[in-house]
Design a binder for this molecule. Structure first.
Ligand code: FES
Length: 117
């Protein structure tokens, strides 16, 4: 998965009081060996920050899944839901946790071009 950390995502200027480093560490520990957590430069979706893109596993891709873009990943509940999802197999394998449904968004075409799966 890609965790955006750039001009807006992960900054105190845009999201004061959020423990961005703590949430990233929590995500890395929570995902464990089930997903690589990569830090990304700006994904051109700053209005949705903090943005996380959950990419499907090979099995998920074979099932037709595409990367799932999540907005406003700013708290432990959301971070833990992402971890739980990838531990269960992620997009295309396991259903999305209810806590994440409202956070899914479709990025602009420019963002998709900039950050292809
Ligand atoms: S800094 Fe994350 S989308 Fe721009």
């Amino acid at each position: 998965m890609r965790v955006c950390r750039d001009c807006c995502c992960g900054t105190q200027e845009k999201h004061p009081g959020v423990d961005h480093d703590g949430l990233l560490a929590r995500l890395e520990v929570g995902a464990g060996a089930h997903a690589r957590v990569l830090r990304s430069g700006c994904l051109l979706a700053c209005d949705e920050s903090n943005v996380v893109v959950v990419t499907p596993s090979p099995g998920g891709r074979r099932a037709g899944a595409r990367p799932v873009w999540l907005r406003a990943v700013l708290d432990e509940t959301t971070t833990d839901a992402i971890s739980e999802w990838v531990r269960r197999g992620g997009p295309g394998v396991a259903s999305i946790p209810p806590a994440l449904v409202s956070r899914v968004f479709v990025p602009s075409g420019i963002a998709l071009e900039w950050a292809p799966a």
